[in-house]
Design a binder for this molecule. Structure first.
Ligand SMILES: [Zn+2]
Length: 336
């Protein structure tokens, strides 16, 4: 969701806040390891970005007769407000947070941007790129170009794939060759499904379709590619019944809770995660942030899992680390 989110915050974020950032957490030298499966390779300057209020309590209606703001989050005081980095400091700040919190992250972007993050923190960054990365909406990276990224370039995940912003289903034949490539190379794919537009997709994203975030749209694709491993980004929020149906139907499907974990009302976030776990899929829920502009978002989002009274300590560890380690087939000697 990166480009749209950024645009939104660059042009509009005027959120009210009345408190400083929450006290740091996980400050011990050996914080238990965490994998964030959904980070974006940003490193620009974002002048004018205001602090962000996570888990805003509601979305507001707008009137097409008036000037409509590009996001629908209600303006309200919050604790903590999350602050953007100083110009030019973003990547450094996020990598420092990852070190402090013992986080390894899948970082998505065009090959050059993602590689820059990998070069800056080789042991903490797992690079990802997709057939849309760095391209204008609707344009595609050449198939053979992408093949090189995954065979010689060291890229490990094909994502973020944001077809929903183009109003396209993941099963659309026009992108099938890319998913076939991922299956052939045994590379997991990470596809944006569900959230988007923050209550105002109609204002800012004319091609976005909520219906194209239906997790069941994967079914035909998965039937064509039975070995494909899928990360449903944003856990298909808010279509919990369809998400559970897909998880029941296909054991190669995992979800991440990125984005939704901080951009919807907290009671709803916890209810959604609890449904996934109560449905029996505690082994397939992965932690993620959709980390974009605010370095403290990672600590904030981890705290939501850590403070979830409906999760056992083992379920928290599985969501924060073990499930992603299994999905990504990375060394799991740190996990328990
Ligand atoms: Zn997304």
């Amino acid at each position: 969701m990166s480009c749209c989110l950024i645009k939104r915050f660059l042009c509009c974020a005027v959120l009210f806040f009345d408190a400083a950032i929450a006290p740091a957490q996980n400050t011990e030298a050996k914080a238990p390891p965490v994998i964030d499966v959904h980070v974006h390779a940003m490193d620009g300057n974002f002048p004018g970005v205001a602090p962000m209020c996570p888990n805003t309590s509601k979305f507001t209606a707008s009137d097409p007769k008036e000037k409509e703001e590009p996001f629908g989050w209600v303006k309200e005081p919050c604790t903590p407000a999350l602050y953007p980095s100083a110009p030019g400091e973003y990547m450094k700040d996020v990598l420092a947070e990852m070190e402090r919190l013992n986080v390894t992250a899948v970082v998505f972007g065009d090959p050059k941007s993602a590689q820059k993050w990998k070069d800056s923190a080789p042991t903490r960054v797992i690079p990802g790129t997709s057939f849309q990365s760095g391209m204008a909406p609707g344009q595609r990276v050449a198939l053979e170009e992408l093949r090189k990224d995954f065979t010689n370039g060291g890229f490990k995940v094909m994502g973020e794939i944001g077809l929903q912003y183009e109003g396209i289903s993941p099963s659309d034949p026009s992108v099938d060759a890319y998913f076939a490539l991922a299956e052939e190379l045994d590379i997991p794919v990470a596809v944006h499904m569900g959230t988007g537009g923050s209550g105002r997709a109609n204002v800012t994203m004319p091609k976005f379709r909520g219906s194209m975030g239906n997790p069941l749209l994967f079914e035909e694709l998965l039937a064509r590619h039975p070995k494909l491993r899928v990360q449903v980004m944003h856990a298909g929020y808010p279509m919990i019944e369809e998400m559970l149906t897909l998880l029941q139907a296909n054991s190669h499907v995992y979800v991440d809770v990125a984005g939704l974990i901080w951009s919807y009302p907290i009671k709803e976030v916890n209810r959604y995660i609890e449904r996934l776990v109560d449905g029996g899929f505690e082994d397939r829920v992965m932690f993620g942030t959709d980390q974009l502009l605010w370095p403290k978002l990672m600590a904030y989002s981890i705290s939501i899992i850590q403070n979830a009274d409906y999760l056992t300590p083992q379920q928290k560890r599985d969501i924060l680390y073990n499930n992603a380690a299994r999905f990504l087939r990375i060394d799991n000697t740190q996990g328990k």
